[in-house]
Design a binder for this molecule. Structure first.
Ligand code: IPM
Ligand code: MG
Length: 369
């Protein structure tokens, strides 16, 4: 049998730097665990725009559809701020999500013990935190029609985006969230704005339908998304799995991310329907952005991207034990005091580089054997 295939799209900014560390980890698994992958690499975002005038070529899109999993670094940067909307780096990412139909975006927010002091919240609020946000990723106001900027007869302009969801779009992401809840703490909280939006009313009704008909054993609650944001910073440990729409999920997941101390720590998985080989369509990427302010300086934290590969091991390649090995290695390295710049306050001594963090993780992996 041939090796599973991974398309690596490092993208812009710190993307290539953190991806270089992921390649070290992938190399380690090949050498020491006999887990081999067929790797290919291509351009996305500003890097693709520079080379081809588009943030994602049709050829790259076709490759992404053909592989077992995509690993993406980050897209965007100030050099592309003035580009036409249709060719902005982010459009490449959104096209991947949409055309691969990656409707379930899993964003875990886990607080590593060694970093509990680093959160802006009190230690007892965040220590031991382990929640999972499931964000709908292919519909809602990110993609709804009509959309655009239109001229009004009186000379003003009008900007329009449309929040729309169908029954099936809600039910399929709800199922993904219920499935995860079953494997975790058996609790799901659904967030919308049913008090002001019809799409929120439908969301609540359909999530409730899936609950009653398919997952009655999971504890389900509903919350307005604004209250959800407040509860996330008040007492985040009340949650296990949260399911919410595309736009609320974008915002709430950044909020949850910061609970853990650093955006540089958080991975994500974007999953779609099962392919013929039984694997889900999948793309894995860190939650953080391209961080143009620190690009090229060896300051970036590669952990979010490496943890994204751990999610690939778990969700695409059925290697849960190896995913855990990698997560434990990272936990060990942090407990030993290894810190990239994002994990240090102004008086906390000097940081290690991106590459040194990668090497430390490889060493901890080695020690795990
Ligand atoms: C995210 C990002 C993206 C989004 C951007 C880069 C298009 O913020 O993945 O959360 O808004 O979805
Ligand atoms: Mg975001």
């Amino acid at each position: 049998m041939s090796n599973p295939s991974i398309l690596i799209l490092p993208g812009d900014g710190i993307g290539p730097e953190v991806m270089a560390e992921v390649r070290k980890v992938i190399g380690w698994y090949g050498e020491k665990r006999d887990l081999n992958f067929d790797l290919s690499e291509d351009l996305v975002g500003g890097a693709a725009y520079d080379a081809h005038g588009t943030p994602l070529t049709d050829e790259t899109m076709a490759k992404a559809q053909a592989v077992d999993a995509v690993l993406l670094g980050a897209v965007g940067g100030p050099a592309y701020d003035d580009l036409d909307f249709s060719v902005k780096p982010e459009r490449g990412l959104l096209r991947l999500r949409k055309e691969m139909d990656l409707f379930a975006n899993l964003r875990p927010a886990q607080c590593f013990d060694a970093l509990a002091d680093f959160s802006s919240l009190k230690k007892n609020v965040v220590s031991g935190l382990d929640i999972m946000i499931v964000r709908e990723l292919t519909s809602g106001s990110y993609f709804g029609e009509p959309r655009g900027i239109f001229d009004l007869p009186d000379g003003q302009r009008e900007g329009i985006n449309t929040q729309r969801y169908t029954t099936n779009e809600i039910r399929r992401v709800a199922r993904a969230a219920f499935e995860l809840a079953k494997k975790r703490g058996n609790k799901l909280c659904s967030m919308e704005k049913a008090n002001v939006m019809e799409s929120g009313i439908l969301w609540r009704e359909e999530v409730t339908w899936v609950h009653e008909n398919e997952y009655p054993e999971v504890e389900l609650s509903h919350m307005y998304a604004d209250n959800g944001a407040m509860q996330l910073v008040r007492w985040p440990k009340q949650f296990d799995v949260i399911v919410t729409d595309n736009l609320f999920g974008d915002i709430l997941s950044d909020c949850a991310a910061m609970l853990t101390g650093s955006l540089g720590m958080l991975p994500s998985a974007s999953l779609g329907v099962l392919m013929e080989n039984g694997r889900p369509k999948a793309m894995y990427e860190p939650v953080h952005g391209s961080a143009p302010d620190i690009t090229g300086q060896g300051k970036a934290n590669p952990i979010a991207c490496i943890l994204s590969f751990a999610m690939a091991l778990r969700y695409s390649f059925d290697q849960g034990a190896e995913a855990e090995r990698l997560e434990n290695a990272i936990e060990t390295v942090l407990a030993d005091g290894a810190r990239t710049a994002d994990l240090l306050g102004p008086e906390d001594g000097s940081p290690i580089s991106t590459g040194e963090m990668g090497d430390a993780i490889i060493a901890a992996l080695g020690a795990s054997l």
